[in-house]
Design a protein around this ligand. Structure first.
Ligand code: F6R
Length: 367
Protein backbone atom coordinates (compact mmCIF):
# COMPACT_ATOMS: atom_id res chain seq x y z
CA UNK A 1 0.00 0.00 0.00
CA UNK A 2 1.07 3.56 -0.72
CA UNK A 3 0.33 4.67 2.84
CA UNK A 4 -0.61 8.26 2.01
CA UNK A 5 2.14 8.81 -0.59
CA UNK A 6 1.10 10.02 -4.07
CA UNK A 7 2.96 7.11 -5.66
CA UNK A 8 4.92 3.99 -4.76
CA UNK A 9 7.98 5.70 -6.17
CA UNK A 10 7.57 8.62 -3.75
CA UNK A 11 7.14 6.18 -0.87
CA UNK A 12 10.16 4.14 -1.94
CA UNK A 13 12.41 7.20 -2.26
CA UNK A 14 11.32 8.20 1.25
CA UNK A 15 12.29 4.71 2.44
CA UNK A 16 15.88 5.02 1.25
CA UNK A 17 17.43 5.83 4.65
CA UNK A 18 15.77 2.70 6.02
CA UNK A 19 16.78 0.58 3.00
CA UNK A 20 20.42 1.53 3.54
CA UNK A 21 20.28 1.07 7.33
CA UNK A 22 18.64 -2.36 6.96
CA UNK A 23 21.24 -3.45 4.42
CA UNK A 24 24.08 -2.53 6.79
CA UNK A 25 22.47 -4.03 9.90
CA UNK A 26 24.15 -7.16 11.27
CA UNK A 27 27.13 -6.78 8.94
CA UNK A 28 29.45 -4.72 11.12
CA UNK A 29 31.38 -6.41 13.92
CA UNK A 30 33.95 -4.64 16.12
CA UNK A 31 34.35 -1.77 13.69
CA UNK A 32 34.85 -4.03 10.67
CA UNK A 33 32.56 -5.26 7.93
CA UNK A 34 31.85 -8.96 8.38
CA UNK A 35 29.05 -10.33 6.21
CA UNK A 36 27.67 -13.39 8.01
CA UNK A 37 26.38 -14.96 4.75
CA UNK A 38 30.00 -15.12 3.60
CA UNK A 39 31.31 -16.93 6.68
CA UNK A 40 33.56 -19.79 5.64
CA UNK A 41 33.67 -18.55 2.06
CA UNK A 42 36.97 -16.61 2.16
CA UNK A 43 38.26 -18.77 -0.66
CA UNK A 44 35.71 -17.11 -2.93
CA UNK A 45 37.82 -13.96 -2.59
CA UNK A 46 41.36 -15.23 -2.05
CA UNK A 47 41.30 -17.95 -4.70
CA UNK A 48 40.59 -15.57 -7.58
CA UNK A 49 42.46 -12.92 -9.49
CA UNK A 50 39.60 -10.96 -11.00
CA UNK A 51 35.99 -10.02 -10.50
CA UNK A 52 33.37 -9.45 -13.18
CA UNK A 53 30.25 -7.62 -12.09
CA UNK A 54 27.27 -8.29 -14.28
CA UNK A 55 23.78 -6.76 -14.25
CA UNK A 56 21.32 -4.78 -16.35
CA UNK A 57 20.08 -1.20 -16.25
CA UNK A 58 20.13 0.56 -12.92
CA UNK A 59 21.74 -2.43 -11.23
CA UNK A 60 24.67 -2.18 -13.67
CA UNK A 61 25.24 1.44 -12.61
CA UNK A 62 25.38 0.33 -8.98
CA UNK A 63 27.93 -2.19 -10.24
CA UNK A 64 30.08 0.58 -11.68
CA UNK A 65 30.22 2.31 -8.29
CA UNK A 66 31.08 -1.12 -6.86
CA UNK A 67 33.97 -1.52 -9.29
CA UNK A 68 35.63 1.70 -8.16
CA UNK A 69 35.23 0.79 -4.48
CA UNK A 70 36.27 -2.86 -4.84
CA UNK A 71 39.41 -2.05 -6.80
CA UNK A 72 40.34 0.60 -4.26
CA UNK A 73 39.75 -1.46 -1.12
CA UNK A 74 40.38 -5.00 -2.30
CA UNK A 75 43.09 -4.30 -4.91
CA UNK A 76 41.67 -6.77 -7.39
CA UNK A 77 40.81 -6.06 -11.03
CA UNK A 78 37.07 -5.58 -11.54
CA UNK A 79 35.15 -5.29 -14.79
CA UNK A 80 31.50 -4.37 -15.13
CA UNK A 81 29.55 -5.91 -17.97
CA UNK A 82 25.96 -5.73 -19.04
CA UNK A 83 24.69 -9.29 -18.61
CA UNK A 84 23.36 -9.59 -22.17
CA UNK A 85 26.71 -8.53 -23.64
CA UNK A 86 28.78 -10.73 -21.32
CA UNK A 87 26.78 -13.86 -22.04
CA UNK A 88 27.02 -13.64 -25.81
CA UNK A 89 30.57 -12.58 -26.53
CA UNK A 90 32.76 -15.56 -25.60
CA UNK A 91 34.38 -13.95 -22.53
CA UNK A 92 37.58 -15.28 -20.95
CA UNK A 93 36.50 -16.67 -17.57
CA UNK A 94 37.30 -19.65 -15.41
CA UNK A 95 38.03 -20.76 -11.86
CA UNK A 96 40.13 -17.63 -11.22
CA UNK A 97 37.08 -15.39 -11.83
CA UNK A 98 34.38 -14.36 -9.38
CA UNK A 99 31.24 -13.22 -11.17
CA UNK A 100 29.15 -10.89 -9.00
CA UNK A 101 25.62 -10.43 -10.28
CA UNK A 102 23.31 -7.67 -9.09
CA UNK A 103 19.55 -7.87 -9.39
CA UNK A 104 16.71 -6.35 -7.42
CA UNK A 105 14.19 -8.97 -8.57
CA UNK A 106 16.59 -11.86 -8.82
CA UNK A 107 14.58 -12.94 -11.87
CA UNK A 108 16.01 -10.82 -14.70
CA UNK A 109 16.52 -13.36 -17.46
CA UNK A 110 19.56 -11.65 -19.01
CA UNK A 111 21.33 -11.64 -15.65
CA UNK A 112 20.27 -15.19 -14.80
CA UNK A 113 21.65 -16.47 -18.12
CA UNK A 114 24.95 -14.67 -17.47
CA UNK A 115 25.23 -16.33 -14.04
CA UNK A 116 24.47 -19.79 -15.43
CA UNK A 117 26.95 -19.24 -18.25
CA UNK A 118 29.66 -18.20 -15.77
CA UNK A 119 29.02 -21.27 -13.61
CA UNK A 120 29.17 -23.60 -16.57
CA UNK A 121 32.59 -22.21 -17.35
CA UNK A 122 33.87 -22.85 -13.84
CA UNK A 123 33.69 -19.31 -12.45
CA UNK A 124 32.55 -18.72 -8.87
CA UNK A 125 29.36 -16.76 -8.51
CA UNK A 126 28.00 -14.39 -5.92
CA UNK A 127 24.72 -12.55 -6.25
CA UNK A 128 23.50 -9.32 -4.71
CA UNK A 129 19.73 -9.56 -4.64
CA UNK A 130 16.74 -7.90 -2.99
CA UNK A 131 14.29 -10.78 -3.23
CA UNK A 132 14.70 -13.68 -0.81
CA UNK A 133 14.89 -17.05 -2.50
CA UNK A 134 14.75 -15.69 -6.08
CA UNK A 135 16.18 -17.69 -8.98
CA UNK A 136 19.50 -15.84 -9.38
CA UNK A 137 20.61 -16.32 -5.74
CA UNK A 138 19.56 -19.98 -5.96
CA UNK A 139 21.84 -20.37 -8.98
CA UNK A 140 24.80 -18.69 -7.24
CA UNK A 141 27.50 -20.01 -4.89
CA UNK A 142 26.83 -17.19 -2.42
CA UNK A 143 24.36 -14.38 -1.91
CA UNK A 144 24.43 -11.03 -0.16
CA UNK A 145 20.89 -9.75 0.19
CA UNK A 146 19.98 -6.10 0.03
CA UNK A 147 17.25 -5.34 2.54
CA UNK A 148 15.41 -2.55 0.75
CA UNK A 149 12.03 -4.23 1.21
CA UNK A 150 9.64 -4.82 -1.69
CA UNK A 151 9.99 -2.30 -4.52
CA UNK A 152 6.74 -1.80 -6.44
CA UNK A 153 7.36 1.21 -8.71
CA UNK A 154 8.92 0.13 -12.00
CA UNK A 155 11.77 2.63 -11.66
CA UNK A 156 14.35 1.37 -9.20
CA UNK A 157 15.20 3.81 -6.39
CA UNK A 158 15.60 2.36 -2.90
CA UNK A 159 16.89 -0.89 -4.41
CA UNK A 160 19.63 1.08 -6.19
CA UNK A 161 20.95 2.75 -3.03
CA UNK A 162 20.74 -0.62 -1.24
CA UNK A 163 22.71 -2.23 -4.09
CA UNK A 164 25.48 0.34 -3.79
CA UNK A 165 25.45 -0.18 -0.01
CA UNK A 166 25.81 -3.95 -0.45
CA UNK A 167 28.68 -3.43 -2.90
CA UNK A 168 30.45 -1.12 -0.44
CA UNK A 169 29.97 -3.75 2.26
CA UNK A 170 31.32 -6.39 -0.11
CA UNK A 171 34.31 -4.20 -0.98
CA UNK A 172 35.16 -3.70 2.69
CA UNK A 173 34.62 -7.39 3.43
CA UNK A 174 36.80 -8.55 0.53
CA UNK A 175 39.44 -5.92 1.30
CA UNK A 176 39.66 -7.21 4.86
CA UNK A 177 39.77 -10.86 3.80
CA UNK A 178 42.49 -10.16 1.21
CA UNK A 179 44.44 -8.04 3.68
CA UNK A 180 44.53 -4.95 1.48
CA UNK A 181 42.13 -2.73 3.41
CA UNK A 182 43.60 0.30 5.11
CA UNK A 183 41.65 2.36 7.59
CA UNK A 184 38.57 0.16 7.39
CA UNK A 185 37.18 1.68 10.59
CA UNK A 186 36.80 5.10 8.94
CA UNK A 187 34.82 3.55 6.11
CA UNK A 188 32.61 1.69 8.55
CA UNK A 189 31.89 4.98 10.30
CA UNK A 190 31.00 6.50 6.91
CA UNK A 191 28.65 3.63 6.20
CA UNK A 192 26.88 3.97 9.50
CA UNK A 193 26.46 7.71 9.03
CA UNK A 194 24.75 7.27 5.67
CA UNK A 195 21.10 6.79 6.70
CA UNK A 196 20.98 10.09 8.61
CA UNK A 197 22.65 11.90 5.70
CA UNK A 198 20.14 10.41 3.26
CA UNK A 199 17.30 11.60 5.46
CA UNK A 200 18.89 15.05 5.51
CA UNK A 201 19.06 15.27 1.70
CA UNK A 202 15.43 14.15 1.42
CA UNK A 203 14.36 16.79 3.87
CA UNK A 204 16.48 19.69 2.69
CA UNK A 205 16.34 19.33 -1.12
CA UNK A 206 12.95 17.79 -1.92
CA UNK A 207 11.12 21.11 -2.30
CA UNK A 208 13.90 22.81 -4.23
CA UNK A 209 14.34 19.96 -6.71
CA UNK A 210 10.58 19.57 -7.24
CA UNK A 211 10.36 23.29 -7.98
CA UNK A 212 13.18 22.98 -10.53
CA UNK A 213 11.36 20.12 -12.22
CA UNK A 214 8.19 22.18 -12.39
CA UNK A 215 10.07 24.93 -14.22
CA UNK A 216 11.51 22.43 -16.64
CA UNK A 217 8.36 20.49 -17.56
CA UNK A 218 8.70 21.54 -21.23
CA UNK A 219 12.36 20.66 -21.53
CA UNK A 220 13.13 18.30 -24.40
CA UNK A 221 16.55 17.07 -23.37
CA UNK A 222 18.63 16.97 -20.20
CA UNK A 223 22.29 16.01 -19.90
CA UNK A 224 24.06 14.63 -16.84
CA UNK A 225 27.79 14.79 -16.21
CA UNK A 226 29.83 13.06 -13.55
CA UNK A 227 33.36 11.93 -12.91
CA UNK A 228 34.77 9.04 -10.86
CA UNK A 229 31.85 7.55 -8.88
CA UNK A 230 29.74 10.51 -10.01
CA UNK A 231 29.86 9.05 -13.53
CA UNK A 232 27.53 6.10 -12.82
CA UNK A 233 25.25 8.53 -10.99
CA UNK A 234 25.07 10.67 -14.14
CA UNK A 235 24.08 7.55 -16.09
CA UNK A 236 21.44 6.71 -13.50
CA UNK A 237 20.06 10.26 -13.43
CA UNK A 238 19.59 10.10 -17.20
CA UNK A 239 17.98 6.65 -17.10
CA UNK A 240 15.46 7.72 -14.43
CA UNK A 241 14.44 10.70 -16.53
CA UNK A 242 14.03 8.66 -19.73
CA UNK A 243 12.08 5.94 -17.98
CA UNK A 244 9.43 7.90 -16.19
CA UNK A 245 9.27 11.32 -17.85
CA UNK A 246 9.98 10.25 -21.45
CA UNK A 247 12.46 13.05 -21.91
CA UNK A 248 15.61 12.49 -23.88
CA UNK A 249 18.48 12.34 -21.42
CA UNK A 250 22.08 11.25 -21.56
CA UNK A 251 24.72 10.73 -18.95
CA UNK A 252 28.40 11.26 -19.71
CA UNK A 253 31.72 10.92 -18.00
CA UNK A 254 32.64 14.59 -17.59
CA UNK A 255 36.07 13.94 -19.09
CA UNK A 256 34.39 12.85 -22.33
CA UNK A 257 32.88 16.29 -22.95
CA UNK A 258 35.63 17.55 -25.21
CA UNK A 259 35.69 14.22 -27.07
CA UNK A 260 32.26 14.87 -28.53
CA UNK A 261 29.30 15.65 -26.30
CA UNK A 262 30.20 19.31 -25.81
CA UNK A 263 28.89 19.84 -29.36
CA UNK A 264 25.41 19.25 -27.92
CA UNK A 265 25.63 22.29 -25.68
CA UNK A 266 23.56 25.22 -26.90
CA UNK A 267 22.07 28.13 -25.00
CA UNK A 268 19.48 26.96 -22.47
CA UNK A 269 20.48 23.27 -22.52
CA UNK A 270 19.95 21.95 -18.97
CA UNK A 271 22.95 20.04 -17.64
CA UNK A 272 23.20 18.39 -14.23
CA UNK A 273 26.75 18.10 -12.98
CA UNK A 274 27.65 15.81 -10.07
CA UNK A 275 30.62 17.52 -8.45
CA UNK A 276 32.93 15.32 -6.38
CA UNK A 277 34.17 16.68 -3.08
CA UNK A 278 37.43 18.65 -3.26
CA UNK A 279 38.42 16.91 -0.01
CA UNK A 280 38.82 13.58 -1.79
CA UNK A 281 40.78 14.88 -4.76
CA UNK A 282 41.43 18.54 -5.43
CA UNK A 283 42.49 17.54 -8.94
CA UNK A 284 39.30 15.68 -9.88
CA UNK A 285 37.23 18.47 -8.36
CA UNK A 286 39.11 21.13 -10.32
CA UNK A 287 38.62 19.22 -13.56
CA UNK A 288 34.86 19.03 -13.03
CA UNK A 289 34.67 22.72 -12.13
CA UNK A 290 36.53 23.49 -15.34
CA UNK A 291 33.97 21.37 -17.29
CA UNK A 292 31.24 23.45 -15.69
CA UNK A 293 32.95 26.63 -16.85
CA UNK A 294 33.23 25.26 -20.38
CA UNK A 295 29.54 24.38 -20.71
CA UNK A 296 28.42 27.56 -18.96
CA UNK A 297 30.43 29.63 -21.43
CA UNK A 298 28.37 27.96 -24.19
CA UNK A 299 25.10 28.91 -22.54
CA UNK A 300 24.20 25.70 -20.70
CA UNK A 301 21.84 25.98 -17.79
CA UNK A 302 23.93 24.33 -15.10
CA UNK A 303 22.42 22.49 -12.14
CA UNK A 304 25.12 21.41 -9.80
CA UNK A 305 24.96 18.67 -7.15
CA UNK A 306 27.79 19.54 -4.78
CA UNK A 307 28.96 19.04 -1.25
CA UNK A 308 27.84 21.54 1.37
CA UNK A 309 30.40 24.32 1.58
CA UNK A 310 31.87 23.82 -1.88
CA UNK A 311 31.97 27.46 -2.98
CA UNK A 312 34.03 26.90 -6.14
CA UNK A 313 30.90 25.94 -8.08
CA UNK A 314 28.91 29.02 -7.14
CA UNK A 315 30.09 31.47 -9.84
CA UNK A 316 29.14 29.05 -12.65
CA UNK A 317 25.99 27.37 -11.40
CA UNK A 318 22.41 28.38 -12.11
CA UNK A 319 21.18 26.08 -9.36
CA UNK A 320 23.03 24.37 -6.55
CA UNK A 321 21.75 21.22 -4.86
CA UNK A 322 23.62 20.42 -1.68
CA UNK A 323 24.59 17.05 -0.23
CA UNK A 324 26.33 16.48 3.11
CA UNK A 325 30.03 15.70 3.37
CA UNK A 326 30.75 11.99 2.92
CA UNK A 327 33.63 9.71 1.98
CA UNK A 328 34.46 9.40 -1.71
CA UNK A 329 32.65 6.10 -2.27
CA UNK A 330 29.68 7.10 -0.13
CA UNK A 331 28.82 10.30 -1.99
CA UNK A 332 27.01 8.61 -4.90
CA UNK A 333 24.30 7.28 -2.59
CA UNK A 334 23.57 10.85 -1.54
CA UNK A 335 23.99 12.43 -4.97
CA UNK A 336 21.46 10.17 -6.68
CA UNK A 337 18.53 11.21 -4.48
CA UNK A 338 17.99 14.67 -6.02
CA UNK A 339 18.14 13.09 -9.48
CA UNK A 340 15.48 10.53 -8.54
CA UNK A 341 13.28 13.28 -7.09
CA UNK A 342 13.83 15.40 -10.19
CA UNK A 343 12.70 12.62 -12.53
CA UNK A 344 9.69 11.89 -10.35
CA UNK A 345 8.66 15.54 -10.06
CA UNK A 346 9.10 16.16 -13.77
CA UNK A 347 6.97 13.13 -14.67
CA UNK A 348 4.35 14.32 -12.21
CA UNK A 349 4.42 17.82 -13.70
CA UNK A 350 3.77 16.23 -17.10
CA UNK A 351 0.80 14.35 -15.64
CA UNK A 352 2.41 10.90 -16.10
CA UNK A 353 1.99 7.77 -13.98
CA UNK A 354 5.39 7.56 -12.30
CA UNK A 355 4.85 4.02 -11.00
CA UNK A 356 3.87 2.45 -14.33
CA UNK A 357 5.86 4.01 -17.17
CA UNK A 358 4.82 2.97 -20.67
CA UNK A 359 6.42 -0.08 -22.31
CA UNK A 360 8.25 -1.18 -19.16
CA UNK A 361 7.84 -4.10 -16.76
CA UNK A 362 9.19 -4.29 -13.22
CA UNK A 363 10.92 -7.54 -13.84
CA UNK A 364 12.24 -8.46 -17.28
CA UNK A 365 11.92 -12.22 -17.37
CA UNK A 366 12.58 -12.68 -21.05
CA UNK A 367 15.91 -12.32 -22.85
C1 F6R B 1 15.51 1.10 -13.90
C2 F6R B 1 15.23 -0.30 -13.68
C3 F6R B 1 15.88 -1.32 -14.55
C4 F6R B 1 16.38 -2.49 -13.70
C5 F6R B 1 16.89 -3.63 -14.57
C6 F6R B 1 17.44 -4.77 -13.74
O1 F6R B 1 14.83 1.89 -13.00
O2 F6R B 1 14.50 -0.62 -12.77
O3 F6R B 1 16.92 -0.78 -15.32
O4 F6R B 1 17.38 -2.01 -12.85
O5 F6R B 1 15.84 -4.10 -15.38
O6 F6R B 1 16.45 -5.29 -12.88
P1 F6R B 1 16.86 -6.21 -11.68
O7 F6R B 1 17.64 -5.42 -10.71
O8 F6R B 1 15.57 -6.69 -11.09
O9 F6R B 1 17.68 -7.34 -12.24
Amino acid sequence: EKGGWPSFMAKEVAEEPEAVANTIRGRVRDGAVVIPELDGLDDLFTGINRIIITACGTASYAGLVGKYALEHWARIPVDVELAHEFRYRDPVIGADTLVVSISQSGETMDTLMAVKYARERGARTLSICNTQGATIPRESDAVVYTHAGPEVAVASTKAFVAQITALLLLGLHVGRVRGSLEDGAASVAELEALPAKLAHVLESEQGHVAQLAGWMADTRSVLFLGRHVGYPIALEGALKLKEISYIHAEGFAAGELKHGPIALIEPGQPVFVIVPSPRHSALIHAKVVSNIQEIRARGARVIVVAEEGDAAVLPFADEVIRIPLAGAFFEPILAVIPLQIFAMALATAKGLDVDQPRNLAKSVTVE
